[in-house]
Design a protein around this ligand. Structure first.
Ligand SMILES: C[S@@+](CC[C@H](N)C(=O)[O-])C[C@H]1O[C@@H](n2cnc3c(N)ncnc32)[C@H](O)[C@@H]1O
Length: 242
């Protein structure tokens, strides 16, 4: 793994992204067209009805229904958590015996039993705050729904998105318990095959998930990596470099 200090550079400060506004595609639509689609979206309506903060909640919900990721007592880290839809789902399941640490560069209104850290995950100081909050705990499940704002230049956007995935992977590899799980959002494009190869060095299985709530025309998908290998086992298969 390249050192945290060298990869976690405070470069390319992503401009802020709100809620679950679809990154990749937003540039093709006018603000009015996006808003019309958003208000008629079945998941937006469901979120309003269910009191969920984001339509993104239904992406995690569907993945969790199939893959049974979230369990009582777990320690979970939710990266790119605002406005809080994923943490809202996770906190009641992990319950009093578990912990949820949520992080985002945007503000997030409090959620009971969720410890929130506001900051840019690319910055070493922000990672330091998360490390401090963990107080030496190891983590069962790392979730990352982080996505950079879209510049409209495909190659630049893909580099920024991959950088966030790599940071989430680096964090997961460092803090997950052996056997732990990482669910991370990525975007189709250059570098994705390499990324999956990298992930396979650290996890027993790596599979793709594209839940229904993830719009078909969006290149977004999720990589689900299960069974964090024991660090020694990873080294034996030539891994331990993110
Ligand atoms: C799709 S939204 C997450 C939605 C969230 N999962 C939910 O259910 O409410 C993506 C989030 O990633 C955050 N983000 C993007 N880059 C980030 C970074 N470098 N550090 C921290 N958060 C970041 C954005 O601020 C945004 O809130």
């Amino acid at each position: 793994m390249t050192s945290n200090k060298t990869t976690r550079v405070a470069r390319d400060k992503a401009s802020r992204k709100t809620g679950d506004r679809p990154g990749r595609v937003a540039r093709k639509k006018t603000g009015g067209a996006w808003m019309r689609e958003h208000v008629s979206d079945q998941f937006v309506k469901r979120a309003a009805r269910d009191g969920m903060r984001s339509r993104a909640s239904y992406k995690l919900k569907e993945i969790d229904e199939g893959d049974k990721l979230i369990k009582p007592g777990m320690c979970v880290v939710d990266l790119g958590a605002a406005p809080g839809g994923w943490s809202q789902l996770v906190a009641p399941v992990v319950g009093d015996g578990g912990m949820v640490f949520a992080l985002d560069m945007l503000e997030m209104a409090p959620i009971p039993h969720v410890r929130f850290i506001q900051g840019d995950f690319r910055e070493q100081a922000v990672l330091g705050q998360l490390e401090q909050a963990l107080k030496g705990r190891t983590v069962d499940l790392v979730l990352s729904d982080m996505a950079p704002n879209i510049s409209g230049i495909a190659s630049t956007d893909q580099v920024r998105a991959l950088h966030l995935v790599e940071l989430a992977l680096e964090f997961a590899v460092t803090y997950l318990k052996p056997g732990g799980t990482l669910l991370v959002k990525a975007f189709q494009g250059e570098g994705v095959d390499d990324l999956r190869r990298q992930m396979r060095a650290f996890f027993e299985t790596v599979v793709v998930r594209k839940p229904e709530a993830s719009r078909n025309r969006s290149s977004e998908f999720f990589l689900l990596a299960r069974g964090r290998k024991m660090p020694d086992a990873t080294a034996a298969t030539g891994g331990e470099t993110v």
